[in-house]
Structure formats: structure tokens, C-alpha cells
Design a protein around this ligand. Structure first.
Ligand SMILES: [Ca+2]
Ligand SMILES: [Ca+2]
Ligand SMILES: [Ca+2]
Length: 431
């Protein structure tokens, strides 16, 4: 009896002490917003600010959380939970015996008619694609040349020091030494991989082509900006996810790939994607691996109702038939792309069974980068396209399948060749 009572008291005490994190959006003036925060029951402290979105991340307890679209009339527009999201690849046993050849392409590259696109363009390093994920294994021989280099953090400073290591924010973007992107998991400059998911995604978009080794991504040449926030366990906070999106939009990415999500809608994350839309960035997202109709059981961010989002379902074959794990949805999912048993880059230094340079993974996580890669290739063919034109062409040129009519809004399977042809046609017509 006594021991039980002591246990109960301890539980009560620990509940009193447990603070949660929230993301708050202010109406306008930050000082007024903070004053309003201090009057809130349950508010404890401000942790950090996201100035581009007029947001603060705060600590508190039992604060009222708003849904998307709900805004108060006061200084605090809304309060969101600082929840967590997870990557959406399935656990799979890597198969390393088979090396899919570079010139022959991986099955996903072939099935999505990418060879036709390569007759027009093989990509362009001027086009920057952000990968918001677990990081990129920078030392992989088949990605190194396609890693984004921030021109403002590259070369020598006035004192002859390497700008990428001088501990100075040379380009004044708020981040010190962010030469290849940024690590929002640890708040440090190096977005190097500590998992394997992000490197695999980056490889599908832009593993170096034409180097006669490994594979080719959808783009032989591109610039991968790595914005890391998912950790070694494959999860990360909404706060850090938001920061990856804002960073990418602010620093020149035309496209971002987000192969992660959660079932909880978050108005702050929604607003970050809207901010990216206003900056002209296309947001390509994995539809989710719950075998669900996402119109009824959504996964976010893919299912947010925002025009710059392309939500991607996964196919397991070259006909474009849906993989059993893939989410679908006539309204909220847009297109199908290869996403089962996809061969791409691995991280040899990770401490697991594989330790190889390449591996197979499955998931809508793997389908999404085929579409993000296609968008980058279209922009290489026609850099003047706006995000809404890129999206419209991707959906319109997809190969229509009757069995996909009720599954995704386009009713089609990604056709990179036709999409790039259309992009090039529009470029030629306007010049
Ligand atoms: Ca900087
Ligand atoms: Ca620097
Ligand atoms: Ca290669």
C-alpha cells in the first residue's frame, strides 16, 4: 500500500514538471506577441524564433492547440504542437548481389521513360533540389559532384581563410558555414548522413550519371541541397522540418523532396509550405505507406490542400500498378511513380548488416524522389517554368491508366520523357 502511494505521488509530480513544446504564430509585432504569451496560463519560456514565418517555438504545458485555418483575433494567431514526423520507407533487407548498371538504368528510371528525357537533357547543376531528410553521405563516389555548393560560403574570405570553415556567416543568411546545406537536427553546418534514407533519396534524384560507375539518378547533373532534420531513428520534430523548408526556399532551391510525414495536421508546417509556394518552390511529398485512402486517412504534409504540393504514390512495376503498401486518394494524391525495390545509394559507414555502397529500398519515400528528380530535369530543359507549370505538366503528361483513375488526381504514372519534352517545347516556343 505504502509503496503504491509513493508511486502515485511520483507520477503526479512528474506530470506537473513535464513541459511540452509548441509552435506559435504571431499576428505581427513580436514584442506584443511575447507579451501575450506571458499572459497565457501554462506558458513557460521561448526556445527559439523562426522569423520568416513570424513564429516562436516555446515551452509550456496544456496550451490550447488550433487546427489548420483556425486563427484568433489576438496577437497570437494560433498555437500548434511541436510534434514529430517520420520517414516513409519500409524496412527491407538490402540485396547487394545485383548491381544494376549505370547505362542500363534502374527499373524505376526505365519504367518512367527517363531515357527519352535524357535525349533532351541530362540535367543542369544550376538547378537546386533540396532533400529534407536524414542527410546525405557526402563521401559517396556517385553523388559528390552533384552536391550543392553555396557560393556565399565557398572560397577564401578577406583573411585568406576557407569560408566554409571560418565560423563566419559569410553570406549573411543566418547560418554559419552552410556550404552544402544545414543540419537542423543538431543545429550545425554539416548535413552528413547518420542513417541511410536521405542518401538513397538523394541518389534517385541525382546520383552522378556518365561516370561509368554505380547508377544514374533521374538527373546526371544537378545540385542536391541537403537540409537534414531526421535523426538516426528516422524521426524529427515539426520545428526542424519547418526550418528545412524555410531554408531551402530562402536559399535558391526550386524543388524540395519530403519523404516523411505523420497523421497529425500542423498549421505551422502548413504555413511553412505556403511560404515556400510564395517563394516559388515546388513541394514533392511521399503519400505514405499505410495502404490507405489518404482522402479519408491522410498523412501530412502530402495531404495538405496546398497547390505547390505534389503527393506521390508508389508503384511496384512498369505498368504503374500501385504497390500494396502505398497510400492513394483521388483528391489528395496526385501521381504514381516507381517506389518498390528501388536501387540507389547506401552509406557504407553505417553500422548495420549492409555496409554497402548501394541497396534496394521500398516505400513512397522512394517514389517521391523520382518525381522531384523529374521536376529538376524539366527545369534543366526550361528554367523559366514556374512551380505551378511544372506541376501541371507532370500531371498532364503522366501515362493514364484506367486502374489509376480513382486512385490519384492525374489518373497516371510518371512519364519523365513526356514531361521534359513538354517543358522543352514551351522553352522553344517562347524564344
Ligand atoms: Ca551562411
Ligand atoms: Ca563561413
Ligand atoms: Ca554513376
Amino acid at each position: 500500500m505504502r509503496a503504491g502511494l509513493v508511486g502515485l505521488i511520483l507520477i503526479l509530480i512528474s506530470n506537473v514538471g513535464s513541459a511540452a513544446e509548441y509552435i506559435v504564430r504571431f499576428r505581427g509585432d513580436t514584442a506584443k506577441g511575447i507579451k501575450a504569451l506571458k499572459e497565457l496560463d501554462g506558458f513557460q519560456s521561448v526556445k527559439t524564433f523562426i522569423p520568416q514565418l513570424n513564429m516562436a517555438v516555446i515551452k509550456g504545458q496544456g496550451l490550447p492547440v488550433s487546427r489548420i485555418g483556425e486563427k484568433s483575433a489576438g496577437e497570437i494567431l494560433y498555437i500548434a504542437r511541436n510534434g514529430r514526423v517520420r520517414l516513409v520507407s519500409n524496412d527491407s533487407v538490402p540485396t547487394l548481389s545485383q548491381m544494376e548498371s549505370e547505362a542500363g538504368g534502374t527499373w524505376g528510371i526505365k519504367a518512367s521513360n527517363t531515357f527519352e528525357a535524357w535525349k533532351i537533357t541530362q540535367g543542369d547543376r544550376k538547378i537546386v533540389v533540396a532533400v529534407s531528410d536524414t542527410g546525405t553521405f557526402m563521401k559517396h563516389f556517385d553523388i559528390g559532384d552533384n552536391i550543392w555548393v553555396n557560393p556565399g560560403e565557398f572560397g577564401k574570405d578577406a583573411n585568406g581563410k576557407d569560408k566554409s570553415k571560418n565560423k563566419i556567416d559569410d553570406d549573411g543568411n543566418g547560418y554559419i558555414d552552410d556550404v552544402n546545406g544545414y543540419n537542423f537536427e543538431t543545429n550545425s553546418p554539416s548535413p552528413n548522413e547518420n542513417h541511410y534514407h536521405g542518401t538513397h533519396v538523394a541518389g534517385t534524384i541525382g546520383a552522378v550519371g556518365g561516370n561509368k560507375s554505380g547508377i544514374s539518378g533521374v538527373n546526371w547533373y544537378t545540385s542536391i541541397m541537403t537540409v537534414k532534420f531526421l535523426g538516426a531513428d528516422g524521426s524529427g520534430t515539426d520545428e526542424a522540418a519547418i526550418k528545412t523548408i524555410v531554408y531551402a526556399a530562402d536559399n535558391g532551391a526550386r524543388v524540395i523532396n519530403c519523404s516523411w510525414g505523420s497523421d497529425e495536421a500542423n498549421p505551422a508546417l502548413y504555413d511553412a509550405i505556403k511560404y515556400a509556394m510564395d517563394k516559388g518552390m515546388l513541394f514533392v511529398a511521399a503519400a505514405g505507406n499505410d495502404s490507405s485512402n489518404a482522402d479519408k486517412t491522410p498523412m501530412y504534409p502530402a495531404a495538405y490542400d496546398l497547390d505547390n504540393i505534389v503527393s506521390v504514390a508508389a508503384s511496384y512495376n512498369d505498368k504503374g500498378e500501385l504497390a500494396g503498401f502505398s497510400n492513394y486518394g483521388k483528391v489528395s494524391v496526385d501521381i504514381v511513380a516507381p517506389g518498390d525495390t528501388i536501387y540507389s545509394l547506401d552509406t557504407p559507414l553505417r553500422n548495420t548488416v549492409s555496409k554497402g555502397w548501394f541497396q534496394y529500398l521500398s516505400g513512397t519515400s522512394m517514389a517521391s524522389p523520382h518525381v522531384a528528380g523529374a521536376a529538376a530535369l524539366m527545369l534543366a530543359a526550361n528554367p523559366n517554368l514556374k512551380w505551378n507549370e511544372v506541376k501541371a505538366i507532370l500531371l498532364e503528361t503522366s501515362t493514364k491508366k484506367t486502374f489509376l483513375t480513382d486512385k490519384v488526381s492525374s489518373g497516371g504514372f510518371l512519364n519523365v520523357g513526356e514531361a521534359v519534352k513538354k517543358a522543352k517545347f514551351l522553352a522553344d516556343r517562347t524564344h
